[in-house]
Design a binder for this molecule. Structure first.
Ligand code: BTN
Length: 251
């Protein structure tokens, strides 16, 4: 069961990397949660680093062995992680918690949590997945420097009071377990519908920033492979896959 095995580390380079190292060495049980109180080389999407403040945030990874999940559907594992974080944050009384494609969690316009999923594929299936979650819990404004000062927030900043990180971890794991159950029972399409109902990007005007230039359009849907479809100015639907492209939702 997800969360029944927990590995707690005082400090590690990256919980995702630690999970990958363990998977190379041993049979890591499905659902194992690896939590670090300090991450020295946290990784984010698009090969960025993930900034952590020891004792003030949550950094953990969940190892999954999703029997029979097609490689083409791997993004669903990250999508319902974002939904699990959102659900856990809603318990704090915050109303304006949004999921932004592909799997960021925002409070208002600011990012409060990010998810990095790293999968090993075999024979067209996901052999195992490492779902890494970074959640800003008790940082103050002064803990966010540089571009983060403009774009990041924490639960404490958003609510005006500190929160116990261990309870939040339990909540996120509980919701993630429930999401996984939906996957087992209802399949990918049911989760996609849940995700579409809550993703804040779909239906909005977006600015697509691709390596070959930026363009504007309207986010139309997220398909069963996790790709975002954006209608450009000419009305043509263009497929955006998670990777080198960033999406800015326009006000
Ligand atoms: C993002 O860029 O939004 C994804 C950030 C993911 C950060 C988490 S923290 C726990 C896990 N270990 C890592 O090195 N990264 C993920």
């Amino acid at each position: 069961m997800i969360g029944s095995v927990r590995i707690e580390l005082a400090t590690v380079d990256s919980t995702n990397k630690h999970a990958a190292d363990l998977l190379r060495l041993t049979e890591v049980q499905h659902g194992t949660v690896i939590l670090a109180h300090e991450q020295t080389q946290g990784r984010g999407q698009r090969d960025r680093s993930w900034h952590s403040e020891p004792g003030l945030d949550l950094t953990f990874s969940v190892v999954l062995r999703p029997a029979g999940l097609a490689a083409g559907h791997q993004f669903v594992l990250a999508q319902f992680a974002a939904l699990a974080v959102r659900d856990a944050l809603l318990r704090s009384g915050l109303q304006d918690v949004q999921v932004k494609w592909p799997n960021d969690v925002l409070v208002g316009p600011r990012k409060v949590a990010g998810i990095l999923i790293q999968n090993e594929l075999q024979g067209g299936l996901v052999r195992h997945a490492v779902v890494g979650i970074g959640l800003n819990v008790n940082q103050e404004a002064s803990d966010f420097a540089g571009e983060l000062a403009e774009s990041a927030t924490s639960l404490q900043l958003a609510t005006g009071k500190p929160w116990p990180a261990d309870e939040l971890l339990n909540d996120v794991v509980e919701h993630y377990r429930a999401g996984y159950q939906v996957l087992l029972e209802g399949g990918v399409e049911k989760l996609r519908q849940q995700y579409l109902a809550l993703d804040s990007t779909v239906g909005r005007a977006v600015q697509v920033e691709a390596p070959d230039g930026a363009w504007s359009g309207r986010a139309a849907t997220v398909d069963e492979h996790g790709a975002l479809w954006v209608e450009d100015a000419a009305g043509d639907a263009r497929k955006i896959i998670v990777g080198d492209i960033s999406i800015r939702v326009e006000a």
